[in-house]
Design a protein around this ligand. Structure first.
Ligand code: CTP
Ligand code: MG
Length: 402
């Protein structure tokens, strides 16, 4: 952060030049579809959200070079200047070597990552970079082995059980000090399946950092299905967050005593022949509880602080005045009511005959479905004794992505 982004300190080499023979698809593995995008494209999702600007080098098969370039350009967006796409070799090690040759001079720490580990999370990259920074040694993610491991000979005869506590299954990204990795590669030794093995072969030292199950390598058709299922699950579970939608709930409560000198206004309706409610404005406890639920959902305070009990303009004001103003305040704050519910607690009036009318009126005023229900309290409390009514309301509001 704060560094010159044209001179990145960290280089990430994503190797994607393999054929994927064990996956058995016609296309090279990194270009096979994984839930609507290529495996390579998915593997790049985390690269540009790291805490610092990086140089990305993607190593691709020669026939897919153009396709790799457009995948990289789409992933990088404005950062595409810091990206390089090169042709790989016929072994993984040769492909990494081709990637190393493309690093900018400013790069000090290199991460080598398999495109096939398309779901490796950002935290894993950060952990590896932090470990290399802290120790100057190679850092590779590893997870404990859970199966019992046997040593076997070529004919399939079991020779021995290997002590599992001494084993780790290792993943990528693997991180190294650039100069050390480059020196190891220029020694050009025998072929290894990962970079840590090469570093150790030339006498370097490597430590394990905590790996992540999501960094599994897509190798077989079964792995591809598992990756697809994981993406589908997280998409379903995380939809509101992923789409930037903010969803909030609120609660409101109001209670008023009966006042025989007043007409009854409740849920925005006039109830002839019913005893009215005391209180400022028209005493409509349904409207007031509903306003409180909506305001609290949006974090805008409550009806008392917004409207003030002494405002002469509110004398005798009905539900429409309160609800219109509440919805306007919500809208100004970026929220749209999604639904609301109110429950009236009291002996009278009997709500059932006018429930549909009340719901239609309130839904129209708030601009979302409002459901109304009513209950008694088995003669308990002030509502049960017929001294007044209480109303409880809840509301759900959403702020669409801006
Ligand atoms: N890789 C590469 N160049 C190669 C071989 C492999 O860039 N010559 C990359 C692969 O694209 C993959 C990573 O190294 O992202 C790990 O290799 P692996 O999972 O073995 O992929 P493949 O070699 O493509 O698959 P297979 O061994 O099943 O043929
Ligand atoms: Mg391979």
């Amino acid at each position: 952060m704060g560094r010159d982004t044209s001179a990145p300190r960290v280089g990430i080499i994503v190797v994607a030049a393999g054929s994927g023979s064990r996956l058995g698809e016609p296309l090279p593995k990194a270009f096979v579809d994984l839930s609507g995008r290529s495996i390579l494209s998915r593997s790049l999702d985390v690269v540009f959200g790291l805490g610092e600007a990086v140089q990305l080098v993607v190593v691709a098969p020669a026939p897919q070079l153009d396709e790799a370039r457009s995948i990289v350009a789409a992933a990088a967006g404005a950062a595409s200047d810091a990206c390089t796409v090169v042709v790989g070799g016929d072994t993984r090690q040769r492909s990494v070597a081709a990637g190393l040759d493309a690093l900018q001079p400013s790069v000090e720490v290199v991460l080598v990552h398999d495109a096939a580990r398309a779901l490796a999370p950002r935290s894993l990259f950060e952990r590896v970079i932090a470990a290399v920074d802290a120790t100057g040694r190679g850092a590779i993610p590893g997870i404990p082995v859970s199966d019992t491991i046997k040593r076997v000979d070529a004919s399939g005869t079991v020779l021995a059980t290997v002590d599992r506590s001494q084993l780790a299954a290792v993943q990528t990204p693997q991180g190294f000090v650039r100069a050390e990795l480059q020196a190891a590669y220029s020694a050009d030794t025998e072929d290894f399946t990962d970079d840590a093995a090469l570093i150790q072969h030339v006498g370097g030292s490597v430590e394990i950092v905590e790996g992540d199950a999501l960094a599994f390598k897509i190798t077989t058709p079964w792995d591809l299905r598992r990756a697809h299922q994981l993406l589908t699950e997280s998409r379903d579970a995380g939809r509101p967050a992923a789409s930037g939608l903010v969803v909030r709930t609120g609660v409101g409560m109001d209670a008023h005593a009966f006042d025989a000198s007043q007409p009854l206004w409740l849920a925005g309706l006039l109830w002839p022949d019913e005893v009215g409610l005391a209180g400022h404005s028209d005493g409509d406890a349904v409207a007031h509880a509903l306003c409180d639920a909506l305001l609290s959902a949006a974090g805008l305070g409550d009806i008392g602080t917004i409207f003030g009990v002494d405002d002469p303009r509110l004398d005798g004001a009905h539900a429409d005045v309160f609800l219109h103003e509440t919805v306007r305040l919500l809208r100004d704050a970026g929220f749209v009511p999604s639904n609301a519910s109110v429950q009236v607690v009291g002996n009278r009036p009997r709500f059932a005959p006018r429930k549909a009318e009340a719901e239609a009126l309130l839904s129209g005023l708030v601009g979302c479905p409002v459901s109304v229900s009513a209950t008694t309290t088995d003669r308990l409390g002030f509502a049960g004794r017929g001294e007044g009514i209480a109303v409880i309301a809840t509301a759900l509001v959403v702020a669409p992505p801006r």
